[in-house]
Design a binder for this molecule. Structure first.
Ligand code: SAH
Length: 267
């Protein structure tokens, strides 16, 4: 790691085993780790003991630091000659505002590197046994953000409601009823399979499966807590036969080893 440089690193969806080798290496070398609420506790523990850890927040409705404040913090730390690790859940360039942060660094003339991570869509789909594409069910897959800053959901419904496509919705728990209603109103059959996965790839992963017609009600009854990911499309049918992780030995082992993980994701 070079001093005075900011490494913008994806931490993956939760399971520390899903970190890249590069992310693990940088964690061990960083002097300052600036992390978001989606970064799980076991991952932070992989950081050097002496590293300063700064929580940058960004929970829904609870932004500990504003984006400009955070950008300034990164610039200040780099100018002080630190080896700075900016650690984000999933992949830094997918709904993570990583773009905005490196824009600010570039504007300030600070050196930076970007390290991709496994985005929630890929990690969660794998652990939920839902292939995002499949020759029998979907030949395209779209990642969308399910809520706007003001809490409303405003998507291009006509272009989303297409057969033969998988839709993955990030940040969609609050907007789930609107999402399902609008997709059905714009032409997707109400019987289209849909799933919502809580805390994917962690010991508290839970998947609720239904259809556009009943998923909002099922999700409410299940009292799911964020982060959750919504997957809509015929590929969801495969969860019934491919769900290898939930209630498997793998999940029990993860839970036994890392009790802090579930909490970490809801911090
Ligand atoms: N950069 C991240 C996404 C940040 S937006 C990435 O690439 O994954 C935050 C949203 O990601 C959450 O609201 C949720 O929809 C999704 N998410 C992140 N981790 C998740 C997890 N372990 N399980 C389910 N959804 C997750």
């Amino acid at each position: 790691m070079r001093p005075g440089t900011v490494y913008l690193v994806g931490a993956g969806p939760g399971d520390p085993d899903l970190l890249t080798l590069r992310a693990a290496k940088l964690l061990a070398e960083a002097e300052v780790i600036v992390y978001d609420h989606l970064v799980s506790a076991p991952i932070l523990e992989l950081g050097a003991r002496a590293a300063e850890r700064i929580y940058a927040g960004k929970e829904r409705g609870n932004h500990t630091l504003s984006q400009p404040e955070l950008n300034q913090l990164l610039v200040r730390l780099a100018r002080a000659g630190k080896r700075v690790l900016r650690l984000k859940g999933g992949d830094p360039f997918i709904f993570g505002r990583g773009g905005e942060e490196v824009e600010a660094l570039a504007a300030a003339g600070i050196a930076f590197e970007v390290v991709p991570g496994i985005t929630a869509a890929c990690g969660v789909a794998a652990y939920a046994g839902i292939p995002l594409t499949h020759r029998d069910y979907a030949n395209s897959c779209l990642f969308v953000a399910g809520h706007l800053k003001d809490g409303s959901v405003d998507l291009d419904w006509d272009s989303l409601a297409r057969p033969g496509r998988t839709l993955v919705v990030y940040m969609g728990l609050v907007g789930l009823p609107t999402l399902c209603r609008e997709l059905a109103a714009h032409g997707l059959p109400a019987a289209t399979p849909a799933a919502i996965v809580q805390h994917g790839t962690t010991s508290s992963q839970r998947t609720v499966v239904g259809t556009l017609a009943n998923l909002p009600q099922l999700a409410r009854a299940a009292r799911l807590a964020p982060p959750t990911l919504i997957i809509i499309g015929d590929v969801v049918r495969l969860h019934g036969i491919l769900a290898w992780y939930e209630s498997s030995a793998a999940q029990a082992e993860a839970g036994a080893g890392e009790p802090a993980r579930a909490q970490a994701l809801t911090r």
